[in-house]
Design a protein around this ligand. Structure first.
Ligand SMILES: Cc1ncc(COP(=O)(O)O)c(C=O)c1O
Length: 426
C-alpha cells in the first residue's frame, strides 16, 4: 500500500496532520489522531476496544453508515431506548441483563445534543467496558463541564460537519500511550491518495456554487444518479439483506462492507493529500466563528413554537428568573412538527433542503437479523417521525418558511418524559 507523506501516516512536527491534531488537542485536552473520516476513526476504535462478536449499545436514531461500521467491525448492534426529547440514550430504561451483555457503549450526541456522558461513563466503568463517543455532530457541545468527546475511552469527530471541510476526521483517546497502536491499525486500512480525487475535492465547491447559481440542482442530481453516486434515494439506503448477510459472515472486514460504509463519502478511507489537508486546516481555523453562529441560530430556533415538543417555546427567561443555560452550538436543530414530510416539503419549495433524517429507527430498518431491537422503541420512533433537523445557520429563513406554510408543532411525546437536559441545553 502506497503511503505518502500526509494523512494518518505523517504525524511529523510541522506536518499538516500534526497541525490539525494539535488544534483538536487544544480544544479537547486529549491526544488526537487525524483520520480521513469519522467513520474510519470509529472502525479503528471499535476494532481496538471490542472483541469480534461483541455487543455494542447504540442509538437507533442514527446514520445508517454508523450501523454498518459496527457490523463491519464484527460486532452486534444492540439498540438502546431513547429519550424522545433529544434522542439521547435513556440509561435507566436499558435492562440490567443488557448491561451485563455489552462489550461497549457508543453514543451519538445526535445533532449536537449530548448524551448523558457522565452517567454513561459511570455505568461503563461499573461494567468494565469502554465508552466510545461519536462526536461527529457535537464538536462544540459540552456536557458535565467538559467537551463532548472528552468522556470516552475514545471519541470520534467528523470534520465534514460544523467544520464544513467535507473530509477529514479525528480519533481522540483518553490514554495517550495508545496513539501508536491506533495509528498502526488506521494505517493498514488506508487506500493510497489519488490525484484525481484530490482534484475533484478541490473543484467540488466551485462546481456546487455554479450548480446553485445556474439553478441546475435537478440536472446535477440526475447526473449523479447516472454516475452511480446517488445511493440514497430514500432517507435510509437500501439494506440489500442477502448481500449484507454475506458481508456480516466475513466480518470483521471493512472491504466486505464497503458498499454500505462508503455512502455519501467514497473517499472515507483514502489517505488525505496536501490539498485536502490544507482546506481542512483553513476551515478548522474558522470553527469558533461557525460555532458562535450555530449557537445563535439554535437559540432562535428553540424559542419558536417548534423548538420543544408540545409547542412550549424555550423563550428568553422572564425578569428575575434564573437565566437558562446557554444553548449548545448544534449542527442541526431538531424542531418538532406534526407532519415532518409536509414540513420538509414546505422548506424544499423555498430551496431549504432537510438532510440528516434518520427515520425509521435502525431496528425497524434492519430487523432482528442484524440487530438486537430496543426493548422500548417508542421514544426513538416518536423522535424519528417528528424531528425536523434544520441548519441553525439558516434559522431565520426556516422560521419564515414554517410560519408562512402554517406548519403545526408536534404534541408532547407519548408516555412519561424521561429526565435529562432536554433538547440542546447544556
Ligand atoms: C452521527 C454521525 N456519525 C458519524 C458520521 C460519519 O462522519 P464522516 O462522514 O466524517 O465519516 C456521520 C455522517 O453523517 C454521522 O451523521
Amino acid at each position: 500500500m502506497a503511503i505518502g507523506e500526509a494523512g494518518l501516516t505523517s504525524a511529523r512536527p510541522g506536518s499538516q496532520p500534526k497541525r490539525l491534531e494539535e488544534t483538536m488537542r487544544g480544544r479537547l485536552g486529549r491526544e488526537c489522531v487525524y483520520v480521513p473520516s469519522c467513520r474510519l476513526g470509529l472502525f479503528v476504535a471499535l476494532r481496538h476496544w471490542c472483541p469480534p462478536g461483541g455487543r455494542v449499545l447504540m442509538s437507533p436514531v442514527n446514520d445508517d453508515v454508523i450501523f454498518f461500521v459496527v457490523l463491519a467491525a464484527g460486532l452486534r448492534p444492540v439498540q438502546a431506548p431513547l429519550n424522545p426529547l433529544d434522542a439521547s440514550i435513556d440509561i435507566d430504561a436499558v435492562p440490567d441483563e443488557v448491561w451485563g451483555s455489552l462489550s461497549a457503549v457508543l453514543t451519538t450526541n445526535l445533532y449536537g445534543n449530548p448524551d448523558r456522558a457522565p452517567e454513561l461513563r459511570r455505568r461503563c466503568d461499573a461494567s468494565g467496558i469502554p465508552l466510545i463517543e461519536d462526536a461527529a455532530h457535537a464538536i462544540g457541545s459540552q456536557v458535565g463541564g467538559r467537551p463532548v468527546g472528552a468522556w470516552g475511552d475514545a471519541s470520534v469527530f467528523s470534520l465534514s460537519k460544523h467544520v464544513g471541510a467535507k473530509a477529514g476526521g479525528m480519533l481522540s483517546v483518553a490514554d495517550p500511550d495508545l496513539r501508536k497502536a491506533l495509528e498502526e491499525t488506521g494505517r493498514e486500512l488506508l487506500t493510497p491518495c489519488r490525484m484525481t480525487s484530490e482534484l475533484a475535492f478541490v473543484v467540488r465547491p466551485y462546481a456546487e456554487a455554479a450548480v446553485r447559481g445556474l439553478r441546475l440542482r435537478r440536472a446535477a442530481w440526475a447526473t449523479l444518479r447516472l454516475l452511480g453516486r446517488m445511493e440514497r434515494e430514500e432517507i435510509r439506503m437500501p439494506l440489500r439483506p442477502q448481500a449484507l448477510a454475506r458481508a456480516v459472515a466475513a466480518a470483521p472486514d471493512l472491504a466486505a462492507h464497503d458498499p454500505w460504509v462508503r455512502v455519501d463519502l467514497h473517499d472515507y478511507r483514502q489517505e488525505s493529500g496536501r490539498l485536502r489537508l490544507a482546506r481542512i486546516a483553513r476551515k478548522l481555523d474558522r470553527l469558533d466563528d461557525v460555532l458562535a453562529a450555530c449557537r445563535a441560530g439554535t437559540e432562535l430556533l428553540l424559542s419558536t413554537p417548534w423548538g420543544r415538543p408540545g409547542g412550549t417555546p424555550g423563550g428568553p427567561p422572564k425578569t428575575g428568573a434564573r437565566p437558562a443555560p446557554a444553548a449548545q452550538p448544534l449542527f442541526r436543530v431538531p424542531l418538532f412538527v406534526e407532519d415532518r414530510d409536509a414540513a420538509a416539503a414546505a422548506l424544499a419549495r423555498r430551496g431549504i433542503i432537510v438532510g440528516y433524517l434518520y427515520d425509521p429507527p435502525l431496528d425497524d430498518y434492519a430487523g432482528a437479523a442484524f440487530t438486537d431491537p430496543s426493548p422500548a422503541p417508542e421514544g426513538a420512533r416518536w423522535f424519528a417521525r417528528h424531528a425536523l433537523p434544520v441548519d441553525p445557520l439558516r434559522a431565520r429563513a426556516v422560521i419564515d418558511a414554517l410560519r408562512e406554510s402554517g406548519v403545526r408543532p408536534a404534541g408532547a411525546p407519548p408516555g412519561p418524559t424521561p429526565g435529562g437536559p432536554g433538547p440542546s441545553r447544556g
